[in-house]
Ligand binder design. Structure first.
Ligand SMILES: Nc1nc2c(ncn2[C@@H]2O[C@H](COP(=O)(O)OP(=O)(O)O)[C@@H](O)[C@H]2O)c(=O)[nH]1
Ligand SMILES: [Mg+2]
Length: 257
């Protein structure tokens, strides 16, 4: 059974870079047949060779010109166009010949709010779910974590992604080679309960002191059985852990037929 993995995360968190590193590792170490899908119309240069590339239909600059839109409007339009042409997407490889691949990795638009958090993504994920049980890797950028609220909000965004898409989401902490506060990032992985303790102890005034512990406790309740892993797409570090996590999430989804 093919493992379909969607990569999501805030702009610049490393979706594209991680797909390139992970695919390289899967091919080299496990001799897997890996098909990559690029759904980002705005990307200029991609560090992998996609089997399906949305840019064969339209690029961000095409859409800006054609509809007289700025970059943000064009990203939203691109998500709508993708939903409109979903049947064509699904009748193109690697979706049309899904059984020929061991893994299909899907790269999503740089700005997740313009795709994941739009209604158009429902159409895509519904179609994808018909092919198998996809797993979503949610990337947390370790270089963006400086304070407790940075850690909590990024972690929570992954939970919201699961709520929005209904797909099993596994968190992955990327850029550990460039972490601002590795200790806090590591806590999400190793001792999330400690984050709650710190949140309760920190004497913020007002809203923050009430909201942060609540967010952490919801995140703890809904995080599932998965321990996030820490990787560096840049140094190809942690690829085996990442694969173990994706594989475990896929098997737990129950789709082993
Ligand atoms: N230091 C470091 N930089 C990274 C890593 N992964 C990605 N980057 C850099 O982060 C930037 C955004 O990466 P990209 O893969 O395009 O992110 P995307 O927008 O989520 O697809 C690029 O400049 C990458 O070179 C990493 O593990 N370590
Ligand atoms: Mg990208």
């Amino acid at each position: 059974m093919t493992i379909i993995t969607v990569f999501a995360g805030p702009a610049g968190s490393g979706k594209t870079s991680l797909i390139a590193s992970y695919a390289r590792w899967l091919r080299k170490e496990l001799f897997m047949k890996v098909g990559i899908v690029n759904l980002d119309p705005g990307i200029e240069k991609i560090p992998y060779e996609p089997v399906f590339d949305i840019r064969q239909w339209f690029t961000l600059s095409d859409i800006m010109l054609k509809y007289g839109l700025g970059p943000n409007g064009a990203f939203l339009k691109a998500s709508e166009l993708l939903a409109e042409r979903i049947d064509e997407v699904m009748s193109s490889p690697p979706f049309s010949n899904i059984m020929d691949w061991d893994m299909v990795l899907i790269d999503t638009p740089g700005q997740m709010e313009a795709f994941i958090f739009r209604p158009s993504s429902n159409v895509f994920f519904e179609a994808l779910t018909k092919l198998g049980n996809p797993v979503m890797v949610f990337i947390i950028d370790a270089s963006a974590i400086k304070t407790l609220s940075d850690a909590v909000t990024l972690w929570f965004l992954g939970i919201l992604t699961q709520v929005k898409t209904g797909i099993v989401v596994v968190p992955v902490i990327n850029k550990i080679d460039a972490a601002s506060n590795l200790e806090l990032a590591r806590m999400i992985v190793e001792e999330p309960e400690r984050l709650l303790k710190i949140a309760e102890e920190q004497s913020h005034e007002g809203l923050l002191s009430e909201v942060i512990p609540e967010l952490v406790s919801i995140a703890l309740k809904t995080k599932g059985a998965y321990r996030p892993v820490m990787v560096s797409a840049k140094n190809s570090q942690g690829m085996e852990d990442l694969h173990y996590l994706v594989h475990e999430a896929f098997c737990t989804c129950g789709d082993l037929t």
